[in-house]
Each structure stands twice: as C-alpha cells, then as structure tokens.
Design a protein around this ligand. Structure first.
Ligand code: PSV
Ligand code: MN
Length: 397
C-alpha cells in the first residue's frame, strides 16, 4: 500500500499557489502514451554477444504478450513498434486480432536495411541499382504491412555509410538516397508518415548518409509534409544539446517522433533517464513549452532500447516510469515565472525555475493519476509479485 494522499495534498497546494493548473497537468499525464519496441523484449545483443535470458520473448506473439503486460501495469503503452523481418508473421489479420485481444496494437513499423550481406556497402544509397531496389521493395513491403495493421508510422533508420575516405561519393549517395526515398514516400497513404532517423556513426565509422537532424530535415522537407525527423537520444555525439535540436524541429513543424533511451558514451541503448535525467527533463521542457505556446505537434513517443543485463520487462517498466515522471516534472515548470525571469534577464532565477521543477518529487501526482486510471501505483513491484515471469520462464522453453 502506498499512502500518498498527504504528500499529494502538500504538492497540490504548493503547485496551486504557484498558479499551476494541477487538474490540467493530471489530464495531460492521463493522455500521455509511449510506445514500446518489440525488440526490447527479445534476446537482442550487445555488439559482442547475445546473453540469453530465461523467459524472454521468442517470437512476435510473445513480444506482444510482454508489451501487453507492460501496458497493463502502466496504462500508457498501448502500442508496440514492430521490426520487419524480425517480427514477420504469415497472417497479419490474425496477429492484429491477437494483439487486440491482449489490449495492445501494433505501432510504428521499422524496416530492416542493415542485416543482409547485400547491404554491406549501403541500402537506399548503394551504388548498385539492384540493391537499392531491393531496399525500396523491403520498405514498400513494410508499408503494406502497416496498412494491413492500421499502423500510421514507418520509422526508418539506415545503417548506410562508408568506412574509408574516397570509398564512395557523398553527393552521389545523397542523390541516390533522395531518389529512393521519393519512391518509398509515394507509396504512403495520405494519413501515413515517414519518420527519418539520423545517427552520426556506427556501423559506419567514416561517414553516415543521414548523420544528423539537419540532413534528416533536408530530406523530410524535400519529400513533403508526411515526412518527419525522428530523434533517437543515443544518436548524437557526446555533449550535443538535444533539447535545442528538439526546439528547432518543433518550431519547424518537423519533429515526428522520439526513440527514447540513454547513453553514457555512444548508442548504448540504456534505460531512459538512467544516465542523464536532467537532459531528458530539458527535452520534455521544450516539448511542453512548445505545446503551451500552441505549436501544432504530432509526436510519436517511442522507446528504443536493448535490454541485455536487466530483466527486459522490468527495464521497460523502469524506462516508462522515468519518461512519465520526467514529463510530469516538465508539466509543472512555472512557465509564467520563467518567461518573466527571461524577459528581465535574470539568469539565476530563470535557471532556478527549471531546477525547482526538476527537483520536485512528482510521485504523488503520478500515484493520483495511476489510481484514477486504475493501474497499479507501483508497476514494478506489482510485476514482481504477479508471477508473470515465473510463468513465462516455464512456458518459453
Ligand atoms: C540502431 O542504432 C538502432 O538502435 C536504431 O536506432 C533503430 O531505430 C533501431 O536500431 C532499430 O532498428
Ligand atoms: Mn532508434
């Protein structure tokens, strides 16, 4: 039992004294959704080995089961990103019904253009037209799957790049990429979106064809208003100001989604908010600020993590919890005061306004919202007590 009522009253009074619309904050929290990735429930690897975990999901149905468990416990994860061909299935209608019977739905469809030998030197940018066509056809196949499943977003990450100066021609690759993307884009229904993910290195070590948000934005601008940029938190050089990138993309109407995770060094795929929670807060702060300023946004919040050491479902719950908590902190920033301090050039107080929200224990708000949503107050504890893991360990042999 968590007795949070007294703490809730104190927090509520404090926020109301500051003029914050607590009911509005709670409504926004109840409407928040974050998508979990099918690949986060399966035995994926580090770069060097795959450590198998007992009871981890072995196929798409089991991944959906685990995702449904996370949704049941948190109430805010009703969709599951699928990765093709890892989640290939022969009867999509049946899979859709199965997902719905569990209380979840397929979310973004992620093509895989990085595992076949033919993609060694690139996919959509490859010098050989046949390879480009193969990659284009794979994305078209993913779009078809999305149409069958009612998914609206295709998230595209390319491993394309080179390892050696002179290996290929940057501009020619750019032209091939644009041509390939145009073809793929024309295949989308009018209510579908292409989310273009960037990453500055890896697996290529000299250059990557979509290394940064600027390149992703140029591409999405050239394609049209159904193409957007996807920000994966792990895909920036150390020290990059991601919140500024977010602010610019939102302002340009080109932010399509997030892949949440956290990194210490590179694309580490660690628990969201585990390494740099303040950075995550500053990112949410930009999103809330833009929303409150009335900017039009349609952002797919998604997790992209690879759980290697922790229990996969537990790590997903932790990530969801960190994201939810951080969003709550951004919602309670006293924006009127912040603006006032900014206009007065009072740097210290402006910064303190942010820090104050970040330092606030928002758990009583979260508990209140969870109680009203009818989900457990402590999802992780409930998961551990549920016997779910013991059950699937027996079943999944
Ligand atoms: C590889 O960096 C990666 O993590 C990308 O972020 C993709 O979104 C993800 O894999 C799934 O393909
Ligand atoms: Mn990603």
């Amino acid at each position: 039992m968590i007795n949070y009522e007294k703490r809730y009253e104190i927090l509520r009074n404090m926020l109301e004294d500051e003029g914050i619309d607590v009911e509005g904050v709670e409504r926004k929290l109840k409407n928040f959704r974050v998508e979990t990735p099918s690949w986060g429930y399966a035995d994926s690897g580090t770069r060097f080995a795959v450590f198998k975990q007992k009871g981890s999901a072995r196929n798409v149905k089991e991944k959906l089961q685990d995702a449904a468990m996370v949704h049941k416990l948190t109430g805010i994860c009703p969709t599951v990103a699928l990765h093709i061909p890892w989640d290939m299935y022969d009867d999509w209608d049946e899979l859709l019904k199965y997902a719905e019977s569990l209380g979840v739905k397929p979310g973004a469809i992620n093509p895989n253009l990085f595992q076949d030998d033919e993609y060694k030197l690139g996919s959509l940018t490859h010098v050989d037209k046949k390879v480009r066509e193969k990659a284009i056809n794979h994305i078209k196949e993913c779009i078809e799957i999305a149409k069958r499943l009612g998914s609206k977003d295709i998230s595209l990450w390319l491993a394309d790049g080179t390892n050696h100066p002179g290996q290929d021609d940057f501009r020619k690759r750019k032209h091939r990429l644009e041509e390939s993307l145009r073809e793929v884009y024309s295949y989308l229904d009018s209510d579908m979106r292409l989310l273009i993910e960037y990453k500055f290195f890896e697996p290529a070590f000299y250059h990557t064809d979509i290394p940064d948000w600027g390149t992703a934005m140029i591409l999405s601008r050239k394609l049209g208003d159904r193409a957007y940029v996807l920000v994966d938190l792990g895909h920036h050089p150390l020290g990059t100001n991601i919140e500024q990138i977010v602010a610019i993309l939102v302002d340009e109407g080109k932010l399509g989604g997030f892949h949440f995770n956290n990194k210490k060094y590179a694309d580490d795929d660690l628990t969201t908010g585990s390494i740099n929670p303040y950075e995550l807060f500053l990112i949410f702060n930009e999103l809330v600020s833009a929303e409150e300023d009335g900017l039009k946004m349609n952002i797919a919040y998604m997790i992209d993590e690879s759980h290697n050491l922790k229990n996969k479902i537990e790590e997903m719950i932790q990530s969801v919890e960190n994201i939810f908590k951080t969003y709550a902190k951004a919602l309670i920033v006293n924006r009127k005061l912040l603006r006032k301090y900014q206009e007065e050039c009072d740097i210290v107080m402006a910064e303190n306004t942010l820090v104050k929200a970040f330092d606030t224990d928002v758990m009583p708000l979260i508990y209140k919202v969870r109680e009203e949503m009818g989900v457990p107050l402590d999802p992780l504890k409930t998961f551990r007590e549920s016997g779910y893991m013991e059950k699937v360990v027996k079943e999944r042999v």
